[in-house]
Design a protein around this ligand. Sequence first.
Ligand code: B12
Length: 217
Amino acid sequence: MEKTEILGILSRCIVDGDANRIKIYIRDALRMQLSAMTILNEGLMPGMSVIGRQFRDNDVYVPEVIMAAQALAAAVKMLKPFLVDRCTGNRGKVMLATVPDDIHDLGKNILGIMLEGAGFSVVDLGVDVPASRIVKALETERPDILGLSCTLTITLTHIKEIIMVVRQAPAGRQVKILLGGLSVTPRFAKSVGADAYGIDASVAVQKALSMVSGSKL
Ligand code: B12
């Protein structure tokens, strides 16, 4: 089978929400020596874009999107050991959270896996996380970086509030803030005083590495 063919099939499995079939083809793709990043970026993500467009146009509804999300999660679980680079050791601690009123977490979860692969320890607070819980967790966990994920446009306002509350808390003054998710733009990240923005998980890992090494972002 050709590389483009298997990537197309993987994309189709996402659109069909077929978590069983996708496992078979992920295994095949890995056997064909395709890298986990190629599988993710050129097979799985295009499938999510298709389902996203269909969802926007009301051609599919929430149940189909949930099935696509489950297929993506199953595929990412299998790719996890291959999404790590060779480095080990502790680069620092990252705390991740999806903002209040937002339950999208697939992107955040992929980022968490890739950060662990790059040598960070990751504390994931989950989805729909209020500022108060973030501040409490900052006190106990003392991470180097706080990564906030925001997918919905209407929940962007929460980021502003969270950053304000975090910066007022003693445990939050020094933490570096990294923003990402579909609705966040570089301009927005700058306007709310975030330290960095990551358009995707690979870029975000590079930004996180720069943050802990103190180099220019
Ligand atoms: C899957 C999905 C769902 C699933 C979520 C399942 C889950 N566990 O996450 C379900 C069905 C639950 C869902 C629900 C809803 N959804 Co939805 N959903 C999607 C869909 C199809 C894909 C999102 C996704 O997971 N993409 C794949 C991941 C891997 O990509 P990603 O999230 O962008 O993450 C990457 C980067 O953004 C970045 N990143 C992500 N997080 C972070 C964090 C940091 C710190 C950094 C640095 C980087 C980073 O790295 C990731 C990997 O590279 C999108 C369509 C689309 N085009 O994206 C709509 C979409 C996001 N949903 C949308 C909407 C409107 C909804 C609902 C309101 C629908 C409804 N009427 O109920 C609800 C909202 C529920 C809620 N309160 O949150 C809209 C949002 C519109 C907007 N701009 O606000 C979209 C765009 C669909 C559309 N075209 O209309 N959804």
